[in-house]
Design a protein around this ligand. Structure first.
Ligand SMILES: [Zn+2]
Length: 166
């Protein structure tokens, strides 16, 4: 069977040798009193149960030791929930980093596509200049196909298409 003081983990440094001995001897019994698995038999034990249940302030040395045990267990619980919160945050950061990595990859692919579009446009212009390709634009050369900013391009009448007889 484990010593009760092992539950105190690194908080044990706050206890004296005598306190640890008392805790190892009575810790389980105190737990059982607190959980009503054991009923107090004497007046002193009834008083101790009231201290355990925070209905009375501690007065005797063993009652103060039990308060220290409660404080130590509560510290351990707080530290453990803090650590688990940090671990959760690390998971969220990891997952966000994955999203950022994926977005950067998409952006890089998009930039590659834009570069390729510019390269093809350049090739097309060079072919046009050299007369290899006679390509008639379907868009109005004046507004570039947007009908002018307010859709009132005088050349295409706002539809953005190249007029048949300009
Ligand atoms: Zn136009």
């Amino acid at each position: 069977m484990k010593n009760y003081s092992e539950k105190l983990k690194d908080q044990i440094i706050f206890f004296t040798r005598e306190e640890i001995e008392w805790i190892n001897k009575y810790g389980d019994w105190c737990d059982h009193l607190a959980q009503r698995k054991v009923l107090p038999k004497t007046e002193a034990q009834r008083r101790f149960v009231c201290v355990i249940n925070h209905q009375l302030e501690p007065k005797f040395s063993h009652e103060f030791i039990w308060r220290k045990v409660e404080k130590a267990l509560s510290n351990i619980s707080n530290i453990e929930s803090y650590i688990s919160e940090i671990k959760n945050n690390e998971k969220i950061i990891d997952s966000n980093n994955q999203v950022i990595k994926s977005l950067k990859k998409q952006l890089s692919e998009f930039e590659d596509i834009e570069k390729e579009k510019k390269r093809l446009e350049l090739v097309r212009q060079m072919n046009n200049q050299s007369g290899l390709v006679q390509e008639k634009s379907i868009f109005c050369i004046l507004c570039g196909g947007d009908g002018g900013a307010t859709g009132n391009c005088p050349r295409c009448g706002g539809n953005g298409m190249e007029p048949d007889n300009p």
